[in-house]
Ligand binder design. Structure first.
Ligand code: SAM
Length: 314
């Protein structure tokens, strides 16, 4: 199936869909460095620019539209979040494209905070706007750790299916988890992957030059319990990797599971389940931001497989 990708960033969500067999035919992001990373690793079909300036006729016909619309205004990590944050309105661009291209389905990803903003009224409005385009919209808060990502990352996934298709389909959503925190309760699943395990074979930066985006920094750690300054338990999945702001603001620091230094760009990418040969463009700060913004490709692939299963039925 042919996919159009909005707010594509460096391509975490797209990489997952590609691995599940979908063909991404068009992508867009305003962040130049992220678009360069995307072009290098996924394909030249990304255009860099503001989506609100893109004419619908310049977006190809597709079977599905995917994207994680910007979440800074919704995020609980944003202490000043308000219903009126201008960045929250960008989802309307997603709605505009879905309405104009009428794909069979769409998948949108967002932060947990979207569910509670304005006591839930904001999310209800977002869902209704998509429903009014002719879609049945399901949503679920999922944890990437339950899909084998070495990180506790809770994100809301919305899956919209065009209403006229519903009578011939049995919607497969949410995807079945592959991993569990307590395998005593779910013996058929694998245990969560810890951050220590995920980074076990990665040498210290400076010991090798063979690993891309793996340079050390002089950043001095602090342990004060605040976001970005917490002790990491190497036996647990890492806490959520986040980027603060889009092209502005600093990224949230994340410690190596040894708690002796900050994780390198490469290590954070592994915690987000990017493959070792996925190379990030731009400065380290830019790369950390691209990674923090991304949907973990491994998690995205599980979501994509459940979409594929839905449409594989007769
Ligand atoms: C949450 S990130 C999406 C990450 C992506 N789904 C991934 O998996 O890598 C949101 C993206 O929206 C982009 N963005 C923000 N405003 C935009 C605009 N007006 N037009 C296009 N992209 C925009 C940001 O640059 C950012 O990369």
């Amino acid at each position: 199936m042919k996919i159009v990708s909005l707010f594509s960033g460096c391509g975490g969500l797209d990489l997952g869909f590609k691995s599940a067999g979908f063909e991404i035919v068009w992508a867009n992001d305003v962040f130049e460095d992220a678009a360069r990373t995307y072009r290098r690793n996924i394909g030249g079909h990304i255009s860099a620019g503001d989506i609100s300036k893109v004419d619908l006729k310049d977006i190809p016909v597709c079977d599905g539209i995917i994207g994680g619309f910007p979440c800074q205004g919704f995020s609980v990590a944003n202490t000043g979040r308000t219903v009126n944050d201008e960045r929250n309105k960008l989802y309307l661009e997603f709605v505009r494209v879905v309405n104009g291209k009428t794909p069979k389905f769409f998948v949108a990803e967002n932060v947990k905070g979207i569910l509670t903003l304005g006591k839930g009224a904001v999310f209800e409005k977002i869902k209704r706007d998509f429903e009014n385009c002719g879609y049945e919209v399901l949503h679920k808060l999922l944890n990437a750790a339950d899909y084998g990502v070495p990180q506790k990352r809770e994100r809301v996934i919305l899956f919209g299916v065009r209403r006229d298709l519903l009578k011939n389909l049995q919607v497969k959503f949410p995807p079945d988890p592959t991993h569990a925190c307590d395998v005593g309760m779910f013996p058929e699943l694998k245990p969560w992957v810890s951050s220590g395990e995920a980074l076990r074979d990665i040498p210290e930066p400076g010991e090798t030059s063979d690993i891309p985006n793996h340079t050390g920094s002089r950043y001095k750690l602090r342990f004060n319990g605040y976001l970005g300054h917490r002790m990491i338990d190497p036996n647990q999945p890492a806490p959520t990797v986040t980027a603060r702001g889009d092209e502005r603001g600093g990224v949230v620091i994340i410690h190596h599971p040894g708690n002796h230094r900050r994780m390198t760009v490469r290590e954070v990418a592994l915690i987000q389940s990017f493959p070792l040969d996925f190379i990030f463009e731009g400065t380290n700060t830019s790369a950390y931001r691209q990674i923090g913004n991304a949907v973990p490709p491994k998690f995205a692939e599980c979501v994509a497989r459940s979409v594929a299963e839905t449409f594989a039925q007769k």
